[in-house]
Design a protein around this ligand. Structure first.
Ligand SMILES: Nc1ncnc2c1ncn2[C@@H]1O[C@H](COP(=O)(O)OP(=O)(O)OP(=O)(O)O)[C@@H](O)[C@H]1O
Ligand SMILES: [Mg+2]
Length: 366
């Protein structure tokens, strides 16, 4: 029975960006997201630019305080910024950032960069052991010991990202959030980084929350996939179920534009591009289903009611009015998450949404 390592429950992160005559204006970057990640899996979180993927990752890692909702690591609450989390918990969750260039201090040597998490999280290491541990970390990502003396501006993008991965590995974490770790890199380097990540996962027993906009990458890497749109999950399924039976019109839109290689992939690919257009601003999310403004399948309820999750087959969740409207078929998300994981259910405090009277609206005073 797989063990839940991370549980995200109705997580919200809103950014206050100003006010107009009707009150404060917020960007609803993450707007009620729930899912669980099992130990050892690669959970793929996929969405277009601006869908809230990085905000979700930064909230889980503790760079942002959640607006509402719960984050649990092996049942322990992480609902505060990293500075207020116990060190032993902080060590377990690490992140690899999207842009390896800006995530490494250009004025430090690679040795200094890697020593920061070692000094913080591996205090058992003696001063004399630090250098050897840095060399071992570099070896894990196939960089030679002489990289210790280099600084980020003097090495390539792929090498910088390898250092970013080594830094994430330094505390010996269990879970690594990979925020588009290859999107800023050349295609040839991307493949090398991905295969290294897969190798490290097996070698070190790691769990990945893999964030990307590249669905084709997830075909070979993810165990489960969630699609994020305007701060919400609209579909979640195991990777095989996801590619065989994509249900949400948005998923079908994304899949119809994914290049295929094999005849089998061609057979499974949705034939019609169902939707077009740009993702709306998260400051001005349309009422009803947030995807309705781009959805060619929309009907009247889609413009009025935000659909809940429907479990269309075991573990396959879709948030769309096209599926059974019988309310008995609409499950409570928390109930589904826990039903997959029998055993003790961690206490989850009642959620208070401080933004229930929130003004949705415009970006400027009008
Ligand atoms: N600190 C912030 N203050 C205000 N708005 C923010 C902030 N950070 C992100 N946003 C907004 O939140 C929304 C989600 O942004 P986020 O960076 O999480 O998206 P993303 O899915 O990671 O996009 P990308 O694929 O481009 O990295 C965007 O509209 C973005 O402009
Ligand atoms: Mg991002």
């Amino acid at each position: 029975m797989p063990q839940t390592i991370l549980e995200i429950d109705q997580l919200k992160k809103y950014f206050h960006i100003g006010k107009n005559k009707r009150g404060a204006i917020f960007v609803r970057a993450v707007d009620g997201v729930s899912f669980t990640v099992d130990a050892g899996e690669t959970f793929g979180l996929v969405g277009e630019s601006g869908s809230g993927k990085s905000t979700l990752a930064y909230t889980v890692i503790g760079m942002y305080k959640p607006t509402a909702g719960q984050i649990l690591y092996r049942g322990q609450s992480l609902g505060v910024e990293a500075g207020r989390r116990p060190l032993a918990l902080k060590k377990e969750l690490q992140i690899v950032f999207q842009d390896p260039g800006s995530s490494l201090n250009p004025r430090q040597t690679i040795r200094q960069i890697l020593e920061v998490p070692l000094r913080l999280h591996r205090r058992e290491l003696k001063k004399s052991e630090l250098e050897q541990t840095v060399i071992e970390l570099l070896q894990k990502v196939e960089l030679s010991p002489d990289y210790m003396y280099k600084s980020p501006p003097s090495i390539g993008g792929g090498e910088k990202q390898m250092v970013g991965i080594a830094r994430a590995l330094a505390p010996n974490p269990s879970l690594i959030l990979l925020d588009e770790p290859t999107s800023a890199l050349d295609v040839s380097v991307q493949a090398k980084i991905i295969s290294k990540l897969i190798e490290l996962q097996a070698e070190l027993n790691l769990t990945y929350l893999f964030i990307t906009h590249d669905l084709s990458l997830m075909r070979n890497v993810a165990t489960r996939i969630a699609i994020m749109y305007l701060g919400k999950i609209c579909e979640l399924a195991s990777a095989s179920e996801f590619f065989q039976h994509p249900m949400h019109p948005y998923t079908q839109m994304l899949l119809s534009s994914v290049p295929v290689v094999t005849a089998e992939e061609e057979r499974m690919k949705p034939k019609k591009v169902l939707s077009t257009g740009e993702i709306p601003s998260p400051v001005n999310i349309p009422p009803g289903c947030s995807f309705h403004s781009r959805c060619s399948e929309k009907s009247r309820p889609c413009t009025v009611d935000d659909p809940g999750f429907i479990e269309v087959s075991p573990g396959h969740l879709v948030r769309c009015h096209q599926f059974p409207t019988d309310t008995s078929a609409v499950f409570d998300e928390r109930e589904i998450l826990h039903r997959q994981e029998p055993g003790p259910v961690p206490f989850i405090a009642p959620l208070v949404d401080p933004f229930s009277g929130l003004v949705e609206g415009r970006t400027s005073d009008e």
